[in-house]
Design a protein around this ligand. Structure first.
Ligand code: CTP
Ligand code: MG
Length: 247
């Protein structure tokens, strides 16, 4: 079973507020997107990568990622749209490549699978450039062991309160049953395609669309280094971590 990683990198990075789209901002001298893709490939379990970038950045992304088993496509207006575009691109590309490699098995959304673009699909935010390759390997191992949807999670360190619009506290949430969710999230390709086919509105993560189908989502332990660069503070943290850790 081959593995393809979809990397949504088509956001503008409003909260980071840099001059460039977030994926192209350097961290430790290397663009965030390049670090994210190379981290996936270093895991040794990812065969191909499909990267979704803003419409004006396709050429720049292709140059940046040259020499790697990467396809660059144009993303959508939200993260869900970007992943959806990547799934469609995989469909079209694998159909074409299969023209000389044999016939395509099944139909999309059923028990379809292709060798070219993976029976296992990871979805990994470009904005998590320091994700340890071992985390990617753990997610894929969980899928290979028979799970159909797997997400890395961390317990919450802070006490969590429920508040109203005026900021008044209405209670303390039992944080022992809560987890913060990271990427890469892993899926069997058939399940992820079914989830996207059924998806109504945009979701903040892919597993949410699988949950909406009523299907089980399983967890593996996440890693602090897989944090998402969202604000300038996060970028500074990443810079500091890279400065302390020889590569
Ligand atoms: N993303 C995407 N397509 C979009 C929006 C987001 O591919 N239309 C990607 C981002 O590039 C990022 C990941 O989804 O790798 C997580 O999104 P987020 O951290 O919110 O990034 P941005 O949307 O770029 O940031 P912001 O919300 O601050 O503008
Ligand atoms: Mg966003």
């Amino acid at each position: 079973m081959s593995v393809v990683a979809v990397v949504p990198a088509a956001g503008s990075g409003q909260r980071l507020g840099a001059a460039l789209p977030k994926a192209f901002v350097p961290v430790g001298g290397v663009p965030i997107l390049l670090r994210a893709v190379d981290g996936l490939l270093r895991s040794g379990v990812v065969d191909r990568v499909v990267v979704a970038v803003p419409a004006g950045q396709v050429g720049a992304a292709r140059s940046l990622l040259a020499g790697r088993p990467v396809v660059v496509i144009v993303g959508g207006s939200d993260r869900t749209g970007s992943v959806r575009n990547a799934l469609h691109a995989m469909d079209g590309a694998s159909g074409g490549e299969r023209a000389h490699g044999g016939e395509r098995a099944g139909t999309r959304g059923g028990d379809a699978h292709t060798e070219d673009f993976g029976d296992i699909v990871l979805v990994h935010d470009a904005a998590r450039p320091l994700t340890p390759p071992e985390l990617t390997a753990a997610v894929v191992a969980a899928i290979r062991s028979g799970r159909h949807a797997v997400v890395p999670v961390l317990p919450l360190a802070d006490t969590v309160k429920q508040v109203d619009g005026d900021g008044r506290v209405h209670g303390t949430v039992d944080r022992s049953v809560l987890r913060a969710v990271q990427t890469p999230q892993g899926f069997t390709r058939a399940l992820l395609e079914r989830a996207y086919d059924a998806a109504g509105s945009a979701a903040t993560d892919d597993a949410g669309l699988v949950e909406a189908l009523g299907e089980s989502v399983h967890t593996v332990p996440g890693h602090a280094s897989a944090f998402k660069i969202t604000t300038p503070w996060d970028l500074q943290l990443a810079e500091m971590l890279l400065a302390r850790t020889p590569e």
